[in-house]
Ligand binder design. Structure first.
Ligand SMILES: Nc1ncnc2c1ncn2[C@@H]1O[C@H](COP(=O)(O)OP(=O)(O)O)[C@@H](O)[C@H]1O
Ligand SMILES: [Mg+2]
Length: 562
C-alpha cells in the first residue's frame, strides 16, 4: 500500500491505493489520456516522498513537487506528462561545514549551512534515523547529491534527503503552545489568538476574505518561513497567486517575501490525486524547516478543495460514501494533516525549538458551516476565525464574526499577554468582549422596545460597542498606518476605549447628557485612532486619555440634563 510506481510508456507517477488479492489499484497523479491496456507498471518500492534540501525557498511546485518554473522551461506552458528529473538537483551551493572529522553526530544535528538567499540560512541536518562518527567533511561548492559528510562507516550525507509525505517527521518532544502566533491583526491577536504551533481555521463563503486573511498573515505574521499551499481553487486565482506572491515585499525587511516562502500550487485542472497529496507535501516541507529551528506558518487555501479531491478519489474507487458523498475517513485524514502542527523540541544535540502553525481556509458551499468539511475541521482546530457574509457585504473587514469565533489557546496564553504586553492586558480584553456581548443582547432588546426605552448607561454600552467594532475590530489591509498593528498599539487602543467607557459612565452618573458625550471632541478623536501609526501610538493615547479626563469631566459639571 501507498507504494509509488511509474505507469506506462510515459512513466506517469502513480501510487498504489488498494491491494485486493492479486490486484492492485493505482491512483495516477497525472493526466492519463492515451494510457492503454498492457502497458508496463514499475513499482518504486517506496511511498510518495518529498525531496528536502536547498532550493525549496522561492520555488513554486505543483502538487507532486515538480517545480513549475522548470517544467515550463522544459515543456512549454503545457505540463507534459511523466517527465521526471531530480527536483532541486541542478544547482550548486556553497556549503559551510559546522562539524569536523572525529565528531559524533546524530539525527537532527546541524552539520553545516548553505546561505540559500540573503534572508534565510538553510541548516543542513543529519537526516532522521542516522548517527555515527564523522570521517571526512567537504567545504565549498557542492552540486546535486554529492556527499558533504562521509561517516566512519563510509556512508554519506548529502545536502538532500527524501521523506515520505504521509509520515510526520520525528522530534524530541512536543511543547505546550504558550506563546501566541502574532499576526498584527487586532481581532486575531487580542480576541482570538492562535498559539505558535497551533491550528486555526478560517471558514467563510465566497468573497468573505479568506484569501486576503491568508495573504495578510503571510506578510505580517511573526514567522520565519511560509509554506503556502494553493489548493485547487479556480485556475485564474492560482495565476493571481503566482503573479502576486513574488511581488509582495516583506514589511520587516523590505526584501521580497518569496525569499522565505515555498509555494505549492494546484489548480482544479490538475489531477485530483496530486491535489490530495499536496497538503501533505506542504506539511512535510514545513516540518523540515521546523526541524532547523524555524517558526513556520503553513497555510492552505482552501482545505475544502482538498476534501473534494478526496471525495472524488474515493468515489472512483467505489468506496461506501458517508455524509454528502465524502468518505467516512474524511475527519481522520483531516486529523492526520492538522496533527502536523506543533511547537517541538527538535531532534539533535543543539537544543533547538521549532514550530509549525497551520492556518486553513475552508470554503463551505453557500457559507453554511454545518457541512461536513467545516464540521470536521472544527473538531480539530484550536482557533476558529468565522468569516461572515453579512459583515463582508457591509464591508466590515476582516469579516470575522466575534460571536462565533473562539480560541481554545487563550487560557494558556494569558501569562504571555500579562508578562509581555501589560498586567491588565487580559482584563482589558475581557472588558472589550463583555461590552461586545452586552451590545449584542441590547440590540435584541432594542428591536422589541425601541432605543428610546433604554437607559442612558445601556445606550452608552451600545455606543461603545459600535466604537469597538468600527475602530478596533475593523482593520483594513489597504490602510498603511493600520495594516499591521503592534501589540503595544492593540493594548493602548483597548486602554483608550475602556477609559472612554469608564469616564463616560462616571459623567452619566454625575448627570451628564449622553448626546453631549457622544458628540464630544474626545469621542471624535477616539474614532480616528486607527490612523495613528504604531510607533507613535502610546504617547498619543496617553495624551488622549488625559484630554478625556478634562473634557468628559467638564461635560458632567456644566451640562447636566435634569
Ligand atoms: N482585511 C480586508 N481589508 C480590506 N478589504 C478586504 C479585506 N478582506 C477582504 N477584503 C475585500 O474582499 C474581497 C474578497 O476577498 P477574498 O479574500 O478574495 O475572498 P475569498 O477568498 O473568501 O473568496 C477582496 O478583494 C477585498 O476587496
Ligand atoms: Mg479565495
Amino acid at each position: 500500500m501507498h507504494t509509488t510506481a511509474f505507469v506506462g510508456k510515459d512513466g506517469l507517477l502513480g501510487e498504489i491505493v488498494r491491494i485486493q488479492g492479486e490486484q492492485a489499484v493505482l491512483q495516477v497523479y497525472e493526466d492519463t489520456t492515451g494510457l492503454s491496456i498492457g502497458e508496463e507498471v514499475i513499482s518504486h518500492g517506496r511511498p510518495l516522498t518529498v525531496r528536502l534540501g536547498p532550493g525549496l525557498l522561492s520555488a513554486v511546485f505543483d502538487g507532486i513537487q515538480r517545480p513549475l518554473e522548470l517544467l515550463r522551461l522544459k515543456t512549454g506552458d503545457f505540463i507534459k506528462k511523466g517527465i521526471s528529473f531530480d527536483v532541486l538537483h541542478d544547482r550548486t551551493w556553497e556549503f559551510i561545514p559546522g562539524v569536523k572529522g572525529g565528531d559524533a553526530i546524530e539525527a537532527g544535528d546541524i552539520i553545516g549551512i548553505v546561505r540559500e538567499n540573503e534572508r534565510i540560512e538553510h541548516r543542513i541536518l543529519v537526516p532522521p534515523g542516522r548517527r555515527g562518527i564523522v570521517r571526512e567533511v567537504r567545504r565549498g561548492n557542492i552540486t546535486g547529491n554529492e556527499p558533504v559528510v562521509i561517516m566512519e562507516d563510509r556512508s554519506a550525507i548529502s545536502l538532500y534527503h527524501d521523506w515520505p509525505v504521509r509520515s510526520p517527521r520525528p522530534f524530541k518532544e512536543k511543547l505546550t503552545p504558550d506563546v501566541p502566533f502574532l499576526t498584527g491583526q487586532r481581532i486575531f491577536d487580542t480576541l482570538f489568538p492562535v498559539a505558535d504551533g497551533g491550528t486555526a481555521i478560517v471558514p467563510g463563503g465566497f468573497g468573505t476574505g479568506k484569501t486576503i486573511v491568508e495573504q495578510t498573515l503571510a506578510r505580517f505574521a511573526k514567522s520565519d518561513i511560509i509554506v503556502y499551499v494553493g489548493c485547487g481553487e479556480r485556475g485564474n486565482e492560482m495565476t493571481e497567486i503566482l503573479t502576486d506572491f513574488p511581488k509582495l515585499l516583506d514589511p520587516s525587511t523590505g526584501l521580497p517575501l518569496s525569499l522565505r516562502t515555498v509555494l505549492i500550487v494546484n489548480t482544479s485542472n490538475m489531477p485530483v490525486a496530486a491535489r490530495e497529496a499536496s497538503i501533505f507535501i506542504g506539511a512535510t516541507v514545513a516540518e523540515y524547516f521546523r526541524d532547523m529551528g524555524y517558526r513556520v506558518a503553513l497555510m492552505t487555501d482552501s482545505i475544502s478543495r482538498w476534501a473534494e479531491a478526496l471525495r472524488e478519489i474515493s468515489s472512483r474507487m467505489e468506496e461506501m460514501p458517508g455524509e454528502e458523498g465524502y468518505p467516512p475517513y474524511l475527519a481522520t485524514r483531516l486529523g492526520n494533516f492538522y496533527e502536523r502542527a506543533g511547537k517541538v523540541k527538535c531532534l539533535g544535540n543543539q537544543n533547538r525549538t521549532g514550530s509549525v502553525t497551520i492556518i486553513s481556509a475552508v470554503s463551505p458551499p453557500g457559507g453554511d458551516f454545518s457541512e461536513p468539511v467545516t464540521q470536521a475541521s472544527l473538531r480539530v482546530a484550536g482557533t476558529l476565525w468565522a468569516l461572515d457574509t453579512d459583515l463582508a457585504y457591509r464591508r466590515h473587514f476582516p469579516a470575522v464574526d466575534w460571536n462565533k469565533s473562539f480560541s481554545l489557546y487563550y487560557n494558556s496564553l494569558k501569562d504571555w499577554f500579562s508578562k509581555e504586553v501589560a498586567e491588565d492586558a487580559v482584563s482589558l480584553r475581557d472588558n472589550i468582549m463583555s461590552i461586545l456581548e452586552r451590545e449584542g443582547e441590547l440590540k435584541e432588546i432594542v428591536q422589541v422596545i425601541g432605543l428610546e426605552a433604554l437607559q442612558d448607561v445601556d445606550r452608552l454600552t451600545m455606543e461603545t460597542g459600535r466604537i469597538i467594532k468600527e475602530v478596533f475590530l475593523r482593520q483594513s489591509v489597504f490602510n498603511e498606518a493600520d495594516a499591521f498593528c503592534t501589540m503595544e498599539k492593540q493594548y493602548w487602543m483597548m486602554k483608550g476605549i475602556i477609559a472612554f467607557y469608564n469616564r463616560a459612565k462616571d459623567a452619566l452618573g454625575r448627570g451628564a447628557y449622553l448626546g453631549k458625550i457622544i458628540e464630544s471632541p474626545q469621542t471624535a478623536k477616539l474614532m480616528r485612532m486607527q490612523d495613528i501609526p504604531s510607533d507613535k501610538f502610546k504617547e498619543r493615547a496617553v495624551e488622549m486619555i488625559r484630554e478625556m479626563d478634562a473634557g468628559l469631566g467638564g461635560i458632567a459639571l456644566g451640562e447636566g440634563k435634569t
